[in-house]
Design a binder for this molecule. Structure first.
Ligand SMILES: Cc1cc2nc3c(=O)[nH]c(=O)nc-3n(C[C@H](O)[C@H](O)[C@H](O)COP(=O)(O)OP(=O)(O)OC[C@H]3O[C@@H](n4cnc5c(N)ncnc54)[C@H](O)[C@@H]3O)c2cc1C
Length: 315
């Protein structure tokens, strides 16, 4: 039973879904006729990280994000922590949770069990991902012998198990394993055809990079919501992370904006200005929501969201 979190026991999916049905779906929270924001957290690594995470959750709860998501770890105990954290968000906060789930090292039976566990915790929203090979994201992908190969298969599995709202990943510069933009778009459409309700985009640098992705999807006749992923570049480390996750080099406009700031305060201020400018442009282009990658911190997201005057979704 590789990769199956210790907390699992067999769970009745159908029974659990009665509880899940009471939860609001991400799509309901996005389609409110005005722009919203949402936030992504990671499972905490240790006690100090857990404190930091919960401070961030409580800080952001007051701003009423449309939903909060918790990433799914590469394996073992981090997966327990994803499930525990998402369950605690469902139980102890007013927030709408979304759990990430990957196919890495899971048999279909184990995936069914995790999905059942999410349902038991009252989680109605799942981001269905293939995931990367553990240890080396660029290494060879080897599916579990009784598992799944691609995210569209996981979307189908989640949909078959109940009334979940399902999200998928999208890639403004194309996924690193896609042969070209066309096949990358084919894949995103395949995930929508399998039953995905919305997509969240990987990090990117310029608004146009996201808008081109949106155009590619619209050109295929797909109108599902597509949320841009935003991470304010407040340090050189977050710049490096954006380059790593996006799979693209920072364009010279952005290097020229950030590079002159040798003092951390100046760099941070320039990064917040940049995230605000990119977000404003996207909102002006009609995006329905902005999804903030927080890395378990609240301050930068709060600053940008306040500057954008995003009206709390529940008022
Ligand atoms: C918003 C967001 C959240 C994320 N959260 C997590 C997380 O919580 N945990 C985690 O481990 N990772 C996470 N990731 C990373 C993600 O798991 C990796 O980027 C992974 O490499 C791709 O996942 P996918 O779901 O897009 O895969 P897929 O959609 O399956 O695509 C993977 C590759 O296979 C190709 N492909 C798909 N189907 C076919 C087919 N039928 N035939 C041929 N080729 C095909 C695609 O074009 C693509 O190149 C996240 C990414 C994003 C954007």
């Amino acid at each position: 039973m590789t990769g199956l979190p210790l907390v699992f026991r067999s769970v009745s999916v159908v029974g659990c879904l009665r509880y899940a049905e009471r939860m609001t779906s991400v799509v309901q929270r996005i389609r409110v006729g005005r722009p919203v924001f949402s936030v992504e957290f990671m499972p905490p690594r240790d006690h100090a990280d857990e404190q930091r995470l919960w401070n961030a959750i409580r800080e952001l709860e007051g701003l009423d994000p449309a939903f909060v998501s918790v990433t799914y770890g590469a394996g073992g105990s981090s997966r327990d922590r994803t499930i525990r954290t998402t369950g605690r968000v469902a139980r102890e906060t007013t927030l709408v949770p979304m759990a990430h789930l990957t196919a890495v090292d899971h048999s279909v039976a184990e995936l069914r069990n995790v999905i059942g566990w999410y349902a038991a915790l009252g989680i109605r929203n799942i981001l269905a991902l293939r995931g990367d090979p553990p240890g080396d994201p660029n290494g060879e992908w080897v599916a579990h012998p009784d598992g799944l190969n691609y995210a569209n298969e996981l979307v189908r599995l989640v949909r078959d198990l109940g009334d979940f709202c399902v999200g998928v990943a999208a890639f403004p510069y194309g996924h690193s394993r896609s042969a070209d933009m066309d096949s990358d778009t084919d894949n995103l459409i395949r995930k929508f055809d399998a039953g995905a309700d919305f997509a969240i985009a990987q990090l990117f640098f310029e608004p146009e990079d996201f808008l081109r992705l949106r155009d590619r999807v619209a050109a295929r006749g797909c109108e599902a919501p597509l949320l841009p992923g935003i991470m304010p570049i407040t340090t050189r480390k977050t710049l490096a992370k954006t380059i790593e996750l996006s799979g693209a080099q920072a364009p010279s406009r952005i290097v020229d904006l950030l590079d002159p700031h040798t003092d951390p305060k100046g760099f941070r201020a320039a990064g917040i200005d940049l995230a605000t400018e990119v977000s404003e442009r996207l909102l002006a282009e009609g995006v329905q929501g902005l999804h903030f990658y927080t890395f378990n911190r609240s301050k930068a997201t709060k600053e940008v969201v306040s500057r954008l005057n995003l009206v709390p979704a529940r008022t």
